[in-house]
Design a protein around this ligand. Sequence first.
Ligand code: NAP
Length: 272
Amino acid sequence: MELSGRSILLTGASGGIGRATALLLARKGAKVTLFARRLAPLESLRSEIESKGHEAIAVAGDVRSAADAERAVSEAVRRFGALDGLINNAGIGLLAPLQEAEDERVAEMLAVNVMGTIRVTLAALPALEARGASPGAARDRVIANVSSFAGKVGVPYYSFYNASKFAVAGLTEAWRRELGPRGIRVALVIPAAVETEFLARLDRGRALGIGPAGTILKPEEVARAIVGALERPRPEIYIPRRNRWLALLNVAAPRLADRIVNRLFRYPGKRA
Ligand SMILES: NC(=O)c1ccc[n+]([C@@H]2O[C@H](COP(=O)([O-])OP(=O)(O)OC[C@H]3O[C@@H](n4cnc5c(N)ncnc54)[C@H](OP(=O)(O)O)[C@@H]3O)[C@@H](O)[C@H]2O)c1
């Protein structure tokens, strides 16, 4: 998709990867609808984008709410005339041993990461389909879902987050096959650890692995991959690219992968 002039809805735009993605989309000439719960950071991002001569609107809402998702889509269409793309980026993390699981926290994470992705996509679908039918308009449309390497490879203490991001990977694969023939391309973005508030909120000693599993990406690197997913949609985009090999090994030789993953994640801060 050529991004200039195209209308893109971005969830989780108030911080981290979403904020960096919004700035890059705007620089490419896209008209961005910034969606997250906190209005203040969205408004300051909107004015930063406008001060550089680009277009954005801020819509405060929760991805768990169908009404909020529908409002974000209708605001995007009202202001920019159409919707060409959706980036499902909003998400929260949870790092907890199995025996310390708390129903409420697990349910909240599944609601945001899985149900949020479903609700916003459902809300956006009619507008994306309408765009495909509009005569004279560029008709290519893209949905990019932000999963995680933890959506491809299970890691101790990440089980609930793993479950949520494996679910996002499953949704994406099925939608790619379901919506692709209808002209909507669907891409999965699979980052390793990224230096954002997300990571700051987790127990870093447990959250990060060693060696290659200790790589920490900058939000701007992930933003480039997300924007690349819109420009040239591919089924799966690993960042860094080499992580694809461990994901393949994880499927082809799970016992070997068990040994590698348990070596890479040694949990210096692990409780007994
Ligand atoms: N950081 C990492 O290590 C890492 C690695 C791989 C994948 N990811 C994924 O990348 C995505 C972005 O994460 P990040 O690192 O940029 O985290 P972040 O800095 O914590 O940002 C998360 C964004 O999601 C929004 N959000 C959270 N709950 C929401 C809700 N219920 N409704 C609407 N928006 C909500 C937050 O905004 P509000 O609080 O204003 O709502 C914020 O804008 C997530 O899906 C995450 O799972 C992160």
